[in-house]
Design a protein around this ligand. Sequence first.
Ligand SMILES: [Zn+2]
Length: 243
Amino acid sequence: MKLATLFLLAPFATLAQSKPGPLLPPADPRIQKLVDEISAKNLEADIRKLVSFGTRHTLSDTQSPTRGIGASRNWVRDEFLKYSKAGGGRMTVEMDTFTVKPDGRRINKPVLMANVLATLPGTDPSDTRVILVSGHIDSRVSDVMNATADAPGANDDGSGTVLVMELARVLAGQKFPCTLKFVAVQGEEQGLYGSGHLAERAKRRLEPDCDAQQRHRGQLARLRPGHQRRQAPARVQRRRTGQ
Ligand SMILES: [Zn+2]
């Protein structure tokens, strides 16, 4: 081997011999244990259950025990209650109802909507943080006003809803200094009504998750063209159109 070649190879040899430094902090065994408890089997079974309600359209049936938005949100509530019981009962569960009036667009009659909400209170009274994770339970077909056709919504947003559920299941028995909220919101496909209600509620109670929710709504509207974005105030529109 020629001397020049030896010189060229030298830096690589040094690199190969040096020990790589730790790139990540060591895994926290408590977190690792929780992560290991997330079950792909549960996630799939929960999505299949959500799909079995046929449609979860916001304007769909609320009386049937097996089909429509009413049956599906009752099921999520009952699951949350099971997780709470298994976790020692610290997690509270509620149907946060609110009425939306006809809006001349995607709501054609007064609708009683409900966000299914589970709250795991923080253990430190001086910790005012609220960490919130949400998915939307409602689904629809291309015709946004069709409340009877099958709308399985397995990915949009059944997958988000079951993720919220699985996190609630795994974390219900845990204790954290700050408060955690798990929410299946409704009315998203009709105009982001559920998360809007959640944000308003947070604002009213001066909960610190208000800004995050509003940002989340903005992100959703930007990231998912299928979602309807609420009309901006006239002043903002004028600015956008240069009028
Ligand atoms: Zn969606």
